[in-house]
Design a protein. Structure first.
Length: 162
């Protein structure tokens, strides 16, 4: 059953909605291999584990993730541990992801991620554009790999040469 969640600027029709403490997590597929997760409310120690599990469950069936935290009113330091957890799981599952953050998210990341390791962007549109770019690069690399494989199979190996 679809649920309606209001994020920072527009309503989101979610395929799944979970409320935990003072936060709400909504997920919706926005393409065959892409999922959007919108988080609103307050991310803190009371809901960090549920938040991490919610994201992990949804990236199992996706190749790209947009994690939109622009509607978060409070983002505690425990929120950073969730983002690190998400980053590790996305890396393990070969999922490209982008993080849309607002001022409270950027404040914590400025302290906890000063080198900018997490894929933070300003807007959902920027996140989608970067994921599109990554998807195109993956298609080019995979097609180059198939071309080299086919060429290698066509060359006969001659005994005694060399």
């Amino acid at each position: 059953m679809a649920a309606l969640l209001r994020d920072s600027d527009k309503p989101v029709v979610a395929e799944e909605l979970q409320i935990c403490g003072r936060a709400a997590f909504a997920a919706r597929h926005i393409g065959s291999d892409r999922i959007l997760i919108v988080v609103t409310g307050e991310v803190d120690a009371t809901n960090r584990q549920a938040f991490g599990c919610f994201v992990e469950r949804h990236i199992r069936v996706s190749k790209q993730l947009v994690l939109d935290l622009s509607g978060v009113g409070f983002f505690g330091s425990q929120g950073f541990t969730v983002l690190h957890y998400v980053s590790v799981h996305c890396e393990r599952r070969d999922v490209d992801w982008m993080l849309v953050g607002n001022r409270s998210v950027r404040r914590i990341l400025g302290v906890c991620d000063p080198d900018g390791e997490l894929p933070l962007v300003d807007s959902r549109d920027t996140a989608l554009a970067r994921l599109n770019h990554l998807a195109r690069r993956r298609r080019v690399v995979s097609s180059v790999g198939r071309t080299h494989t086919r060429l290698a199979k066509k060359r006969p190996v001659q005994a005694g040469t060399g």
